[in-house]
Design a protein around this ligand. Sequence first.
Ligand code: UD1
Length: 420
Amino acid sequence: MDKLVIEGGTRLKGEVAISGAKNALLPILAATLLTEEPCVIKGAPNLRDTNTMLRILRSLGKNAELNKGVVTVTSTKYKNFVADYKLVSTMRASFCVLGPLLAKLKKAKVSLPGGCVIGIRPVDLHLKGIKSLGASLSIESGYVVAKADRLKGSRIYLGGICGSSVLATDNVMMAAVLAEGKTIIEAAACEPEVIDLACVLVKMGAKINGFGTPIIEIEGVKQLHGAEHTIIPDRIEAGTFMIASLITKGDILIKNVLYQHLGAVIDKLEEAGAFISRTDSSVRVRFKRRLKPINVTTLPYPGFPTDMQAQVMSLMSITTGISVITEKIYPDRFMHVAELNRMGAHIQREGPHAIVEGVKELSGAPVMASDLRASACLALAGLVARGKTSVSRIYHLERGYENLEGKLQDLGAKIWREKE
Ligand code: UD1
């Protein structure tokens, strides 16, 4: 296993290009199960999660290959309707093959994903939605078994105790496109990644309206055809580089970004004192003056994304004053707090809040990544810490960041890989 070693203290300067969005790509790959025709997805990042989804598609009978950012999915025959535990348990997003498999094959058996370090993460909303479309569901040996000779459109309220669910919206939308009649999803997730999936489905011949709003209307069609699509840029990767610029007192031009997807992040960083300029496809983030503490609450889109909570905590940990960070999507998503404190941060967790008292400097330390965004947070802290930081278990990073250390190196960071 590799670890990332970072020698802190370099101001990052230059340009970086953002990759395609992992969270858009994964459900879109699942959507290719809805047709026998070829699909071509461009701008796909080469990530561990991408490869897991390709393996799932292959296990179901598709030919699925990633070559220089282009995924091609072909095949005319499905050889299986079972998504195996070994694959689903490594990546929750794979649970969204349930909707398309059921819609296409009338039956699906998909492993329940189980918990993960950021919390329990149930799938009750996915199941509620699929059931409303007329499927029979049972749990057998850790698998959801879904059957329906024909799915029927229905009105489905998909709000949960923490708001809307991104992948549940995706899953139900993918099942409903081939259902008979009209489906209305209420309290649908409005994330840009849901819109990107809906755009692909429309290109495939689906009839969907209202995506990007909390009410999505779907008129079922008999069949879908192949499509070609370019994935939207990864707003979380972009946000991570925005913070990399500020935490190192740097100046980074971040290319291939849609700033409209980053409204809440830009707003908070400007409130802290960042200088941010935007063009249609780029964002430049400059540190010009000492930053101020900010209070951040994570919320469903267009609120501040939970996937940026750990990274903003790194920044606030060296920003003089007290910041309060409140996690409303995954109240237990604070594994990074203890690791940041090992680097000299002063952060106290109280329920869903983290109270961050900014310190003058962090000191490099061996730290352990617990999940994808926590790993990014620790790498960011390492960029500014005095001395060397080593982040172990970086396979988490490889799930969601394409060539993070190469991109940081190009900006001047002293960062490299070593064997553990
Ligand atoms: C997606 C993202 C993930 C991001 C999250 C929230 C992908 C591949 N992953 O995950 O990076 O952190 O959105 O923006 O796109 N919930 C239920 N019941 C359910 C489903 C979810 O109660 O059936 C709850 C969750 O526990 C959480 C909230 O709903 O509290 C939102 O989670 P959800 O939007 O479903 O996250 P994912 O779609 O799994």
